[in-house]
Design a protein around this ligand. Structure first.
Ligand code: ADP
Length: 229
């Protein structure tokens, strides 16, 4: 659960990036966060991932009060959140299996667990048979699916997708967002998808939070164009 109350954030140079943001995202929700370049999306995400701390107001996520988080607690907090990015961020000299297994290895999971868990998450993204491939042998859409599998490997309650379709053509973008909706429904993962692609949002519909000039301009549920199809 994400609960931001009356959050302001100023950069050191005095830029007021976020003004009095209040945003609650319940467990299991799927949310689009939209806004023009410079609106404050990244600043908001950096508060959610605890890269920055709110100048005022409070941020509670997955039981952690981020304003009071001690330094040693930050990595534990971050493990409650999976992240995917526009540029996939896969390790090029590792196979698909090892890219996904990596996060489990660094958090000291047993080999037995890893051998069972990695095929399970690869199955979720329909890449069960691609475990031995390297990222450069895969299409952009497939690489993003590997990144999604990696983000889900440790079973985080929240997945943050930061412009996940920015490097993909429109058809693949739809597939990736459809996959994220499936994961939201099937695994119950709370998903926040940050995008500036309004077409995508209109296509799917759902809860849309729009940021303008560091403020929430609207927070509404809209109908999708593919409803009933
Ligand atoms: P978005 O992600 O929606 O493009 P940002 O959160 O990056 O927007 O930016 C919000 C505002 O904060 C903008 O005015 C931007 O210029 C400013 N900003 C972003 N990063 C920094 C920074 N590191 N230092 C100072 N100002 C920043």
């Amino acid at each position: 659960m994400i609960d931001m109350k009356n959050v302001c954030f100023d950069y050191d140079n005095g830029t007021h990036a976020l003004h009095h943001i209040s945003l609650k995202v319940e467990d299991g929700e799927f949310l689009f966060l939209v806004g023009q370049s410079g609106a404050g999306k990244s600043s908001l995400l950096k508060l959610i991932t605890c890269e920055n701390v709110a100048t005022s107001g409070s941020v509670f996520i997955n039981g952690y009060n981020l304003g009071k988080l001690r330094k040693f607690e930050v990595p534990y907090f971050r493990r409650t959140m999976g992240m995917i990015f526009q540029d996939f961020r896969l390790i090029q000299n590792m196979t698909v299996f090892d890219n996904v297994a990596f996060v489990l290895r660094v958090t000291n999971h047993s080999n037995k667990y890893i051998k069972a868990r990695v095929p399970y998450v690869l199955d979720l993204v329909n890449l069960r048979d691609e475990a031995n491939k390297y990222p450069h042998e895969m299409s952009g859409g497939e690489q993003q699916r590997v990144a999604i599998a990696r983000a889900l490997a440790s079973g985080p309650p929240i997945l943050i997708a930061d412009e996940p379709t920015g490097n993909l053509d429109p058809a693949l973008s739809l597939q990736i967002v459809e996959l994220l909706f499936d994961i939201n429904r099937y695994c119950g993962t709370t998903i926040m998808l940050v995008t500036h692609e309004h077409e995508l949002v209109r296509h799917f519909g759902g809860r849309v939070v729009s940021i303008e000039n560091g403020q929430i301009a609207f927070d509404e549920v809209i109908g999708g164009q593919n409803e009933g199809k």
